[in-house]
Design a protein around this ligand. Structure first.
Ligand code: PLP
Length: 463
């Protein structure tokens, strides 16, 4: 952490807050699993999505910006205050010991973290590389495949922009052809989506890129049945999963995707793992490692070692060392509880009674008086003919992210209006397939934040 940022944390009173809540000095400056928050969160039995007593303690882990309600956590997730302090401690250690650390200790620290992250994702360490982000991880797969002219790559119409750039470049460079699947936002069932992919496969298809959680719409694809269906029928096609938004957001692990047939998975740990900026992961099934070229030249490492993809030069090890703390914090809450909370927050701002009731029934709080009162006070925005929800209607087909549009108001005008008149920060999406405002709550989002969004949109639609 830079001194300027550190001072600003102090001036926000965060240091004081921490010294009251936990003993930072008790957090050892190494990457052992240790979190002063762990016990406190664990003591909560009721992790229902509407237990505000529990969720406000979770929200307290994160810094809160002043004067603005941030509902744009899709770019990256902020780290907990504790993770930032740990990162600072690691930076101090590296800055003090300089190359003594880099030459003698860094490898050991990275390997400890690799093992912890691999266990968390239910994979083996020899299939896991730390990269800088999803862009790098998936470029390794897309650029590094030994393409032959005439090969085909199948991708989705809502895949991420940087991945589109990568596939356009390999098309130009290796004279391959691209084939695009149109992913319906509201499929009637999983089979419909699976059929979309299967029917576009040709004898020339060598690789399929699948986005697990589409960043524009928040659509969560049924990745396990999808991978299983494709792999069963086409065992030789390389299946690459863009998991930028799905790991540590949904309950699916890399290990489960591997078993279902994923050959490559890429993700960014500054997204839903809440790790500081600049660390990503690449999983590659060990049987494929030898045939992929690394992005940065590396003849010294064995061709069959995942580490040939990690030749980044000098890198911010302090941000790799914080990973165990992030895992610890998230695991103390629980994957299912987190996903349910994020879904709940999403459907509160939308005010959709049917979806909220579905969530409440699943968790047994549909008779909860506070929930009934609160859901009755929301406007169901989906009932307004000027409002279009550009995400799946089924709560199970999504997590925190969703996008909407309002007739006659362009996304950028609407985003500015929300920010300037209602102090709510969102992002305008201008994609060939999706145009609207993306809203992404976080574990740091409080109930009042999503109610504020519902009220603001009720007001805008009323005018
Ligand atoms: C679906 C998807 N893939 C890839 C990326 C790229 O992530 P990063 O910028 O961390 O490389 C993003 C970023 O938002 C994304 O949403």
């Amino acid at each position: 952490m830079e001194r300027k940022q550190f001072i600003s944390l102090s001036s926000l009173g965060i240091m004081g807050l921490l010294s009251k809540k936990s003993s930072v000095s008790a957090v050892s400056a190494n990457s052992e699993l240790a979190s002063p928050y762990l016990g406190r969160i664990k003591s909560f039995q009721n992790k229902r999505p509407n237990n505000e007593e529990f969720w406000s303690q979770v929200a307290d882990l994160y810094p809160r910006p002043e004067g603005i309600t941030n509902l744009e956590h899709g770019y990256f997730s902020h780290s907990s205050i504790e993770t930032m302090l740990l990162q600072h401690q690691f930076s101090e250690r590296i800055n003090r010991d300089t190359s003594l650390f880099m030459r003698r200790e860094q490898e050991n620290e990275i390997e400890k973290v690799r093992k912890i992250y691999a266990d968390y994702q239910k994979v083996e360490t020899d299939e896991l590389a730390f990269t800088r982000n999803t862009t790098e991880s998936l470029n390794i797969a897309i650029m590094g495949f030994p393409w032959q002219a005439g090969d085909e790559l199948l991708y989705g119409d809502q895949d991420y922009g940087s991945m589109n750039e990568a596939i356009l470049q390999v098309k130009e460079r290796f004279s391959i052809s691209l084939n695009r699947v149109e992913v319906s936002c509201n499929p009637s069932n999983d089979e419909e989506l699976i059929r979309c992919y299967l029917k576009n496969i040709t004898p020339k298809t060598k690789m399929i890129l699948i986005t697990h959680l589409i960043n524009y719409t928040g659509h969560l694809l049924p990745i396990i049945p999808l991978l299983t269906a494709i792999k069963t029928q086409h065992p030789n096609i390389i299946l690459v999963v863009d998991s930028a938004h799905s790991l540590s957001h949904t309950t699916t692990s890399i290990g489960e995707m591997r078993t279902a047939g994923a050959d490559v998975v890429g993700s960014s740990l500054h997204k839903w793992l809440c790790n500081p900026l600049g660390v990503g992961v690449l999983f590659m099934n060990r049987k494929h490692i030898e045939k992929f070229w690394p992005l940065t030249g590396d003849t010294g490492t064995s061709k069959t070692s995942i580490k040939k993809f990690e030749h980044q030069g000098t890198r911010p090890v302090q941000s790799i060392m914080t990973i165990p703390n992030c895992i610890n914090e998230l695991e103390s809450i629980g994957a299912e509880a987190r996903l349910n909370r994020l879904r709940y927050l999403k459907w509160i701002w939308i005010g959709n009674k049917k979806a909220l009731l579905n969530i409440a029934k699943t968790h047994g709080f549909d008779k909860d008086e506070e929930f009934i009162r609160m859901s009755g006070s929301l406007t169901d925005l989906t009932k307004n003919e000027k409002f279009s929800l550009l995400c799946p209607d089924d709560p199970e087909r999504g997590g925190a992210i969703s996008t909407f549009s309002i007739k006659f108001i362009s996304p950028s005008v609407l985003a500015s209006k929300l920010k300037d008149q209602y102090s709510i920060f969102t992002v305008a999406i201008e994609h060939p397939v999706i145009k609207g405002i993306r809203v992404t709550p976080h574990l740091s989002t409080r109930l009042q934040d999503v109610i504020k969004m519902n009220t603001a949109l009720t007001d805008i639609l009323g005018n």
